[in-house]
Design a protein around this ligand. Structure first.
Ligand code: CP
Length: 392
């Protein structure tokens, strides 16, 4: 037993309830253990080597506190996280995936907490899975509706958020078309702020769930070649993947038309290609990104048909890929544009696994941002987003 295990019970109901052992409906108990496969390529079983800084054992969860390796109040982007912090997020997600029987069962570790979804852009996956993830951990969820709120009476965005905070909430999950909106909120709120997508800047939980899905299949990402294909210029998913993958040692290739993939990305240590056929045979993973027409002022190619001819993943291109090439897509997907229907539904496609893993990742993120922590993890200054990071 560690000194942390001897922590006295407190009056905080979350601290009393958050045990490393969770009670199943059957009355059995389940422990929070990681479930990563062997680091061998294509491995489906075995245990990934443990890092000493990570919460890989049930004991660390029984300490009832967020691990000391996580010192952030918010999750704003992956650019400013270290590789160890990203691994800790992924490992925490794995613990929750197993403890909730593949994200289906409920825990009580955040009972008494309230999470507010503050979405100013449409969403199917992110909004629903944040709501479900919070409920799976026992938290209450409020789905804020901007269109029926008092924003229409002239109340400012910050005043709205501060009023919600005054109701005793614990975290805000925010999606907004303006880059840096979550960072702005974090400067004004004391509760946790989680970025659910800020314009073309970042979508950190999407990056994490993509990387989680790759790691679940391939283990350690060192040396794994990941192609991000499509509208890199307007893709927040591309940016979050890029930062996360690079920090975990993967090789990243950005691929798409020159109007959507600038050669300047090479300055960040990635390869840039405009030729999908040339990169397909070298990739272990392809992440096929949607063309973000809603963020474009002018059409970046003559026709969707021409784009699909050059950049859609097809069964024919699959025949020239490695046999175990993994196909990812953040969704929503447009069959016939980023990929054909056959590719979307092929045996290597992880598209629906990604959605399930999104629940695990969001449970991990909510726990790390809302869970009980040592007093030292105080509010930190959040610098604004650099313009350079939001340009294609
Ligand atoms: N991938 C993603 O963010 O999907 P939604 O827009 O449906 O949330």
């Amino acid at each position: 037993m560690t000194s942390r295990d001897k922590t006295s019970p407190t009056s905080d109901p979350r601290k009393r309830r958050s045990r490393g052992e969770v009670r199943k409906k059957t009355g059995q108990t389940a422990t929070l253990r990681p479930a990563f496969p062997s680091p061998q390529r294509g491995g489906q079983s075995g245990a990934l080597a443990q890092s000493p800084s990570l919460p890989m054992t049930p004991t660390s969860f029984q300490s009832e506190r967020v691990p000391a390796g996580w010192q952030h109040r918010h999750l704003l982007d992956l650019e400013r996280l270290t590789g160890d912090e990203i691994r800790l997020l992924l490992d925490t997600a794995a613990l929750f995936k197993e403890a909730t029987d593949h994200c289906r069962r409920k825990l009580t570790v955040l009972t008494g907490s309230t999470v507010v979804n503050l979405f100013f852009e449409n969403s199917t996956r992110t909004r629903t899975s944040f709501s479900l993830a919070a409920r799976r951990l026992g938290a209450d969820v409020i789905d804020f509706s901007a269109s029926t709120s008092s924003l229409s009476k002239g109340e400012s965005f910050i005043d709205t958020a501060r009023n919600l905070e005054a109701m005793g909430i614990d975290a805000v999950v925010v999606r907004h078309s303006t880059p840096g909106t979550p960072h702005l909120l974090a400067q004004h709120l004391d509760v946790g702020v989680i970025n659910a997508g800020d314009g073309p800047h970042e979508h950190p939980t999407q990056g994490l769930l993509d990387i989680f899905s790759i790691r679940e299949r391939l283990g350690d990402l060192t040396g794994v070649t990941v192609g991000l294909v499509g509208d890199i210029a307007h893709s927040r998913t591309a940016r979050s993947n890029l930062w996360g993958l690079l920090k975990l040692g993967a090789k990243v290739i950005l691929c798409g038309p020159p109007t959507l993939v600038s050669q300047r990305w090479r300055e960040l240590g990635v390869e840039v290609s405009h030729d999908l056929d040339a990169i397909v045979p070298r990739c272990d993973v392809l992440n096929l990104l949607r063309i973000q027409f809603e963020r474009q002022n002018t059409r970046p190619f003559p026709s969707v048909r021409e784009y699909a001819h050059l950049y859609a993943m097809t069964s024919d291109r699959l025949t020239r890929a490695k046999p175990d090439l993994l196909i990812l897509a953040p969704g929503p997907i447009n069959r016939g544009v980023e990929m054909t229907a056959e590719v979307a539904d092929c045996r290597q496609s992880l598209i629906l696994d990604q959605v399930t893993n999104g629940l695990a990742v969001r449970m991990g993120v909510l726990w790390l941002t809302c869970g009980p922590r040592e007093p030292a993890a105080a509010r930190v200054h959040v610098p604004p987003v650099s313009d350079a990071r939001t340009r294609g």
